[in-house]
Design a protein around this ligand. Structure first.
Ligand code: FES
Ligand code: FE2
Length: 420
């Protein structure tokens, strides 16, 4: 059998694609003990909106682990291993108690930190509950979301507060999470891919994105103290519109509003969304986070157009959205050996390199870069729209492109120097 051709250079060449390369396991596998999984576990991750924890336990899967979340009657939130340590009954059938959750099978009672409070069938002098704990993870509620830390206990970082959490003049809410049936990396890569705005999101019939985004921008990418940004710059009349979106490792992105026409944009517009792509397992990802809107406007709550699989299949074929474009990549886990990266993918390559370096740092016993402990201090981020007064166009298309990129880079560099 001939070797697989990596770059077919002849018509009707599909036969030359005999073998299918594997996925990039270092970046895609998230289970316990995998290099990427251990890296992701070193950060606080959102698990579930607070309001979803009511009178029943919630079964969850996160980073390949089966868990149960609940709020006991005292208001404390627990995130425990799903299966009871006695004989393994699922605690999704547990009874919410005044303190903790009680297994339905033989009544063992577990506190939110894994302490076993009661083993009612055991003799009164049994010390089993004093010696054994059930597996629990620390949680923290913030802004209407429950966050959890699934990493090594002695490495637990401070809870990071982004500067976008408490923006004057904005209201922020927890969005409704959606589940995407694909690997986390291809979802996150989309956040550094501004080129798709000018194609996918301005297809006829697409909704939720202003036509202004249909004009090709000048695309650029820069590293920042918290990760990286893409910069998408356009001339519009006598103004220059600089659109900046954050990627904040390991799995956060922030982007400015998509739907407002340019004419309505203010001089500075902070991000409309802060979104985590939390791996449920290798082939399922939860999009969860915050939406925000200026005071007086109602932030979006649910998934926008094309952001889930709820539309009929043929409608999705006629007018595909982000969900269809990303989930369909190579059947759920991107095979990088099948790609042919081009100039618009520089941000994707930068992101992969950044993640690979961080994953290897943790694998080799170090601490992950970015989002370090800041003792409650707000962490500067960079996503925003900036409208800059126009400057005369340069003589040629290439020179004008360089000029616009310089204007845009100066905007971001100025923010980095100023600490946002
Ligand atoms: S299996 Fe849970 S108490 Fe027995
Ligand atoms: Fe998109």
């Amino acid at each position: 059998m001939p070797e697989r051709a990596l770059f077919i250079n002849t018509a009707y060449g599909a036969y030359l694609h005999r073998e299918r390369p594997g996925d990039d396991e270092e970046l895609t596998r998230v289970g316990p003990g995998t290099p990427c999984g251990e890296y992701l576990r070193r950060f606080w991750q959102p698990v579930i909106p607070s309001e979803e924890l009511r009178n029943l336990p919630r079964r969850l899967r996160m980073l390949g682990e089966d868990l149960v979340a609940f709020r006991d009657r005292s208001g404390a939130v627990g995130l425990l291993e799903l299966h009871c340590p006695h004989r393994g009954t699922s605690l999704e059938f547990g009874l919410i108690s005044d303190k903790g959750i009680r297994c339905c099978y033989h009544g063992w009672l577990f506190d939110v930190d894994g302490t076993i409070l009661e083993t009612p069938g055991e003799p009164p002098d049994s010390t089993l509950k004093d010696r054994l704990f059930h597996g629990a993870y620390p949680v923290r509620e913030y802004g209407g979301l429950v966050f959890a830390y699934l990493g090594p206990p002695d490495k637990q970082p401070d809870f990071p507060i982004l500067d976008t959490y408490d923006l004057p003049g904005y209201r922020m809410i927890a969005r409704t999470p959606t589940v995407w049936e694909c690997n986390w990396l291809q979802v996150k890569e989309n956040s550094m891919d501004p080129a798709h705005l000018a194609f996918l999101h301005t297809l006829p019939g697409s909704q939720g994105f202003t036509e202004d985004l249909g004009a090709l921008g000048e695309w650029d990418w820069m590293e920042t103290p918290v990760g990286m940004v893409y910069i998408d710059t356009r001339r519009q009349g006598d103004r220059i519109w600089v659109r900046v979106a954050d990627f904040i490792p390991p799995n956060i992105h922030q982007f400015p509003p998509n739907a407002d026409p340019m004419a309505k944009r203010r001089v500075i517009n902070r991000p409309a969304a802060t979104t985590w792509a939390v791996p449920i397992d290798d082939t399922h990802t939860m999009q969860i986070g915050f939406y925000r809107a200026p005071e007086g406007q109602e932030p979006r709550r649910g998934a926008g157009f094309g952001q889930d699989a709820s539309r009929p299949y043929e409608d999705r074929q006629l007018v595909p959205g982000d969900y269809d474009a990303q989930v369909s990549i190579h059947g759920g886990i991107s095979r990088h050996g099948l790609e042919h990266l081009a100039s618009t993918d520089r941000g994707v390559t930068m992101m992969r390199n950044m993640l690979r370096r961080a994953i290897r740092a943790v694998r080799d016993g170090g601490d992950p870069p970015h989002l370090g402990a800041r003792n409650g201090e707000a962490i500067s981020t960079f996503a925003h729209d900036r409208v800059v007064p126009g400057i005369p166009p340069a003589a040629t298309r290439e020179e004008d492109s360089r000029l616009l990129r310089k204007v845009a880079r100066d905007v971001v560099s100025g923010m980095v120097r100023a600490g946002s």
